[in-house]
Design a protein around this ligand. Structure first.
Ligand code: TYD
Length: 207
């Protein structure tokens, strides 16, 4: 069967990823694709268990390296159990966060060098590089305000604003490092306008 596609969505917490993923799913289904939605860390039984270990606000003693490895472990399971088989079977996979989150949060945020993260994730990814990645560009000062108003903060969200700004600046550097793959989307607009921008890129990808 013809190979499908792999789309990832990135951004600071509360940048509107969920809404845009729902729009993308609808649009791609209308185009006749079978769409598989996943999120990171999570989406498989094992990855969801790893997620609860990583995000538990009580795990204050978690070291940065174990944090990075746990994200990679959750990712390896998701790639082998869901993403790779789905894409190979012609499906369109949309993943809420993927390896760029590790570069942004563990790399630029925590200060682990990007090469170490790339080396570890080369094993986890097993060759699965996204066809396109959308970076929802919204300053964390706005984005996190939205998030905190909506739900209880997890261990990562509880980090200081200084950390979230490093992550945000990191994402912007990733856009410059991988301009062909990562598309920056101005997320500080009406959600329909945001989707119109995404749709243009999707149409180009499908063409
Ligand atoms: P989640 O509740 O899914 O956040 P959001 O809804 O904003 O996507 O929690 C995932 C958290 O984990 C989020 O704060 C980003 C962080 N994260 C990393 O630090 N590294 C990673 O590799 C991934 C996938 C997520």
């Amino acid at each position: 069967m013809e190979k499908g596609g792999f789309i990832t969505v990135e951004g600071t917490d509360g940048s509107g990823k969920t809404t845009q993923i729902a729009f993308m799913e609808k649009y791609l289904k209308e185009k006749g694709f079978e769409v598989v939605l996943t999120r990171e860390p999570g989406s498989t039984k094992i990855s969801e268990k790893i997620r609860s270990i990583i995000l538990d606000p009580e795990h204050k003693e978690m070291g940065y390296i174990s944090e990075m490895l746990l994200y990679a472990a959750a990712r390896a399971q998701l790639v082998s159990e869901i993403i790779k088989p789905a894409v190979e079977n012609g499906k369109m996979v949309i993943c809420d966060r993927f390896v760029d989150s590790s570069y942004a949060y563990q790399g630029f945020g925590r200060g682990i060098d990007l090469k170490t993260i790339a080396d570890v994730n080369r094993i986890a990814l097993d060759g699965m590089v996204p066809d396109i990645t959308f970076f929802m560009d919204l300053n964390p000062r706005i984005a996190l305000g939205r998030r905190m108003a909506a739900s209880q903060a997890d261990r990562i969200e509880k980090e200081k604003m200084d950390f979230h700004m490093k992550v945000y600046e990191g994402y912007k550097k990733l856009v410059l490092l991988y301009p062909d793959r990562i598309k920056s989307i101005d997320a500080n607009k009406d959600e329909q306008k945001v989707f119109n921008e995404i749709k243009t890129w999707l149409d180009e990808l499908l063409a």
